[in-house]
Design a protein around this ligand. Structure first.
Ligand code: CO8
Length: 260
């Protein structure tokens, strides 16, 4: 099949696993985001599913973040549709009633990091090549306020401020040290660890855990919902600027050159 995300539900444990499978680097295109949202909605509405593990089938990469090609040389209508899909993904994942664990088995810049930050718990594979962070500033763009809020909720204001201003991509030990990831494991232990963590969180009464999660996240979710249309307009105006288009084009060139 040409699916970009594999979904498997273990009915005995009530835990689903989503595996990103969109070569070369699981970038978040409009098609990817649409499929992601539909899969999330299905699982959310499935009473047999109470937990979700998110991981990648692509070696070395969890997700490379938003697909830069969706933000380059397109119409304003396209930018608006794309941004609404990014918002939708975050609203569903950050607001999910399921226990969500990111099993991060590769690099996870920008939008990839946002997916991880939107889960309840982050486990990353120890590998000197992997990096994670909100590196938007390095691309000459600015992380939206709700990316920032999600980051602050995970690591605190000071750590988030420094990391965002510098557009840092953190090594795995560094990400662990600042609390961006909760736990670091060797590759072969990742799956078992993720299953164990979901089981631990699912051992609590669902209603108490869900209401607590909502209490912790509601202000940030409500704030985005209240400014959703404005946020789309901001994105469209910002991304349409010649100077921003130029920054993105230079960044894409840099990505390609780095290879040769
Ligand atoms: N979008 C589109 N194409 C991408 C992306 C991406 N995000 N990332 C990589 N690619 C492409 C590369 O250009 C390359 O293409 P080609 O084969 O044609 O040269 C191909 O994918 C493979 O990439 P690499 O060779 O670099 O693969 P590696 O395995 O060496 O590295 C990495 C993988 C680490 C993921 C690396 O590709 C990387 O660092 N990518 C850039 C990631 C990044 O900076 N993403 C930020 C996207 S912006 C975002 O998510 C939030 C924006 C918020 C918007 C706010 C505006 C207001």
């Amino acid at each position: 099949s040409n699916k970009k995300i594999l979904v498997e539900l273990d009915t005995s444990s009530g835990v689903a696993t989503m595996k990103f499978k969109s070569p070369p680097v699981n970038s978040l295109s409009l098609d990817f985001l649409t499929e992601f949202c539909i899969s999330l909605e299905k699982l959310e509405n499935d009473r047999a599913c109470r937990g979700l593990i998110i991981t990648s089938t692509i070696p070395r990469v969890f997700s490379s973040g938003l697909d830069i090609m969706e933000m380059y040389g397109k119409s304003t209508e396209h930018y608006a549709e794309f941004w609404r899909a990014v918002q939708e993904m975050w609203l569903r994942l950050y607001g999910s009633n399921m226990v969500t664990v990111a099993a991060i088995n590769g690099s996870s810049p920008a939008g990839g990091c946002l997916i991880a930050l939107s889960c309840d718990y982050r486990i990353m594979v120890e590998n000197p090549k992997y990096v994670i962070g909100l590196n938007e500033a390095q691309l000459g763009i600015v992380a939206p306020f709700w990316f920032k809020d999600t980051f602050v909720n995970a690591v605190g204001h000071r750590v988030a401020e420094r990391s965002l201003q510098l557009g840092l991509l953190h090594s795995v030990p560094e990400a662990h040290q600042i609390g961006l990831v909760d736990e670091v494991v060797p590759e072969e232990k990742l799956q078992d660890k993720a299953v164990a963590v979901v089981a631990q969180w699912l051992a609590l009464p669902d209603h108490a855990r869900q209401l607590t999660k909502s209490m912790m996240r509601k202000a940030v979710l409500d704030h985005m919902l209240a400014h959703r249309e404005e946020d789309i307009q901001n994105f469209v105006n910002f991304i349409s600027k010649d100077s921003i288009q130029k920054s993105l084009s230079m960044y894409m060139e840099m990505l390609k050159k780095k290879k040769s």
